[in-house]
Design a protein around this ligand. Structure first.
Ligand code: ADP
Length: 447
């Protein structure tokens, strides 16, 4: 069943039940009050009659009873043995039960198809000194017709009240289901045609449905962004892998044709194949790393001074270069993944060593709200126009020169992704006399 039908059905049924409940209560309340009033009136009339009888002993009893006989009713004077002293009636009401009572009783009697009768019976002392019962019946035709009129009035009122409920249910269902329908249509279109369709956010109400639309649109933006990034990454990666693969292929074909009788060529080819295989391995490793960096590791505080000092030591040991380390404090805490941030410093140091021939300096410094790590070299520098581009995936300034240095163009984009995941920044300032890569991280003790 459609949501709109459910809403309409529910609101109409709910209102119908409510109206029925209220109107039934009104009907029965009115019925009870009105019957009580009839009995009360009849009792008063009976008392008046008894008083008149007592005060006028000389007047004919039948005349008196006649005078007090209700328009459609019956008066009986009943002896203890059930026989009648007198009986007056306007129509044939002989079937109405007679009761001898010792105290006043009031009741409503129902006769088959006829409207109800109200009856009051009370004991009185009759002329001869005997105790008899005087019983008065009154036919409730007026009450029955009033109740019938009330019934029709309430039925019509219920129907009139239901009409606005049905109309309100219709508008309510439209109000709720329209954004849901829009959302479903957009999702269907997106899945069928591979589109990135969004839905309009023009509502002024800023309610939950508006929130749902905004969230959906944000999700579409996010998915689109990720999809485009992924697509770009796959095309860049396949493009980058194509070159070493074609080099390997051409060298192996070369070896197959002429390698057997030319040892120099064999040597050159195997070396080229090996170096290309190394390059592909590095490329694949870094691509996997880039994909892995999306997962946030468990972050905990650690000393960045120790990290930079030990990295400087490792590089000093591995390369015969002038690598110096300086710091403004013995211990500086940052919050994050030690392994990931070590990788950032390794990438910066590796580049500094690769792209310069002179001294490399690594320094750690505490600033007002952050900790700064600078890696400085005196290499050829990076032209200003390229300074942002080097952080893009696979971007290398001078491809032929970089091929000699075995670069993949992925290092700095990995370093920046890790830094941003740590709420930090990675920038470069460079002149012809050298480059300084500046890593800035939040100070865990000041955060
Ligand atoms: P890779 O070093 O593997 O090529 P990176 O992303 O680490 O990839 O660096 C991108 C490019 O930025 C490098 O190819 C190089 O041209 C340039 N670059 C990086 N660091 C330096 C540096 N310290 N000095 C000069 N150029 C640099």
């Amino acid at each position: 069943m459609k949501l709109s039908v459910k809403i309409r059905l529910f609101s109409s049924l709910f209102m119908l039940v409510l109206i029925l409940l209220v109107n039934t209560s009104i009907y029965y309340l009115f019925h009870t009050i009105s019957l009580d009033r009839e009995l009360e009136d009849l009792s008063t009339q009976t008392n008046e009659m008894v008083e008149t009888l007592n005060n006028n002993p000389n007047t004919s009893t039948s005349d008196m009873l006649e005078a007090f006989l209700p328009p459609e009713g019956l008066i009986r004077v009943i002896r203890e043995d059930g026989s009648y002293v007198a009986q007056m009636m306007k129509a044939d009401y002989t079937a109405l039960p007679s009761n001898y009572v010792t105290s006043e009783t009031r009741s409503i009697i129902q006769m088959n198809d006829q409207p109800d009768f109200a009856t009051v019976a009370k004991p009185i002392i009759w002329e001869n000194g005997n105790v008899v019962t005087i019983q008065v019946y009154k036919h409730l035709t007026g009450h029955s017709s009033t109740m019938e009129t009330l019934f029709y009035v309430l039925v019509v009122a219920s129907l009139i009240m239901l009409i606005p409920t049905i109309i309100a249910g219709f508008f309510l269902s439209r109000f709720i289901t329209r954004p849901v329908q829009e959302l479903t249509a957009a999702m269907k279109e997106n899945t069928t045609y591979g589109n990135w369709k969004k839905i309009s956010e023009t509502d002024q109400s800023k309610d939950e449905l508006y929130e749902m639309k905004v969230t959906f649109n944000r999700m579409i933006d996010h998915l689109r962004e990720n999809f485009e990034k992924q697509e770009m990454f796959v095309s860049d990666a396949s493009h980058e892998l194509k070159t070493p693969i074609s080099i390997v292929k051409s060298y192996s074909q070369f070896m197959k044709r002429r390698g057997a009788d030319n040892s120099e060529l064999l040597q050159e080819s195997t070396e080229a194949i090996e170096s290309q295989a190394d390059r592909m391995q590095k490329l694949v490793e870094q691509m996997l790393l880039l994909a892995k960096n999306k997962d946030r590791e468990v972050y905990e505080p650690f000393d960045i001074v120790e990290l930079c000092r030990s990295t400087a030591e490792t590089f000093k040991g591995a390369y015969d270069r002038d690598i110096s380390f300086s710091t403004t404090a013995d211990i500086l805490q940052v919050n994050g993944s030690y392994d990931q941030l070590q990788q950032v410093v390794y990438i910066l140091m590796d580049n500094a060593v690769k792209y310069s021939r002179g001294a490399v300096k690594i320094s750690v410094r505490q600033d007002t709200q952050c900790i700064k790590v600078n890696v400085q070299d005196n290499g050829p520098g990076i032209p200003e126009a390229e300074q942002e581009k080097i952080f893009d995936r696979f971007y290398r300034i001078d491809k032929s020169r970089n091929r000699e240095t075995g670069g993949t163009g992925l290092g700095l984009s990995i370093a920046r992704a890790i830094t941003e995941a740590h709420d930090g920044t990675l920038t470069v300032s460079s002149t012809a006399g050298g480059s300084t890569f500046k890593l800035q991280l939040p100070d865990s003790q000041k955060g």
